[in-house]
Design a protein around this ligand. Sequence first.
Ligand SMILES: *Cc1c(COP(=O)(O)O)cnc(C)c1O
Length: 324
Amino acid sequence: MNTIPRLHFAHLPTPIEELPRLSDHLGGPRILVKRDDQTGLAFGGNKTRKLEFLVAEAQEQGARTLISGGALQSNHCRQTAAAAAKYGFDCILVLNGEMPDKPSANLLLDQLFGAEVVTIADRNERDRVLQETFDKVVADGRKPYLVPYGGSSPTGALGYVFAMEELMKQWTDFRNLDHIVFGTSSGGTHAGLVLGQRVFGFKGKVLGISIDESEEWLKGRVSKLATEASERLGERIQFESAEVLANADYCKAGYGVLTEAEREAVNLFAKYEGLLLDPVYTGRAAAGMIDLIRKGYFKKDETILFWHTGGGTALFAEKYANRI
Ligand SMILES: *Cc1c(COP(=O)(O)O)cnc(C)c1O
């Protein structure tokens, strides 16, 4: 496992904290939070762990330019742009959305890190424009490395395999950790945790709350990514869709659409714990967790670890700033 190329820039291990006041308020189980919003790179977040492996792979391939894509307020793209700056790559981001007069939050930071931003109106055009961008960089003789959406390739997922190992070293009282809950979208975080669960023998459940994809798609995607990532570790482990726990009950409003549920979650975490969530990912994941607590899915005597995946910078995006 130690022969896989990896850079070390994340601030690890990230802390685990108790959320007793939130737990009291909900009359629910013990709630812990794993602070991956504090991974250190450009306001942190879950993409940092993936980028340690992805940027190492790009370096190994002799790439000079990192190319990636996402939504206008993509946390993944903000972190990719920061990593590119740190390791001396050019960076081109293909973002769907309209370039505002005054870029804010993640988009502002992309520019600060020196990334070239290409905006496209239609999300369905993203794959094509990414490919064109890639081909153009090749033609210009600056070898590109395509960082997949959300950093979710088998290589990127390795970040969360080792995150599971980190958690298990940190938290030795495993009889008492029943559920890990987090937001899942492009599946890399989820796949890494599922594979890490198997490799390091975590006994609790690993439940991804979908941000924008169907349960069926996520289960297929996560099992495939976890299987492929296991090959990187030297031994293929076949994962089946049915082994993956995903809940897509909380994403019906669509990606990045703020509803009362996310608003309540962001406000409860802020008011009871002084902890910031984001409107798109952790707000939605926490809203799912809160609803499942209220429905009795998590029992009072159980312990939940909410894996905070970052994203708080989006609170300052004009789209959300006055609406949360
Ligand atoms: C990207 C992201 C996620 C989702 O992670 P995936 O590995 O893409 O499923 C969750 N939370 C935040 C804040 C993110 O930026």
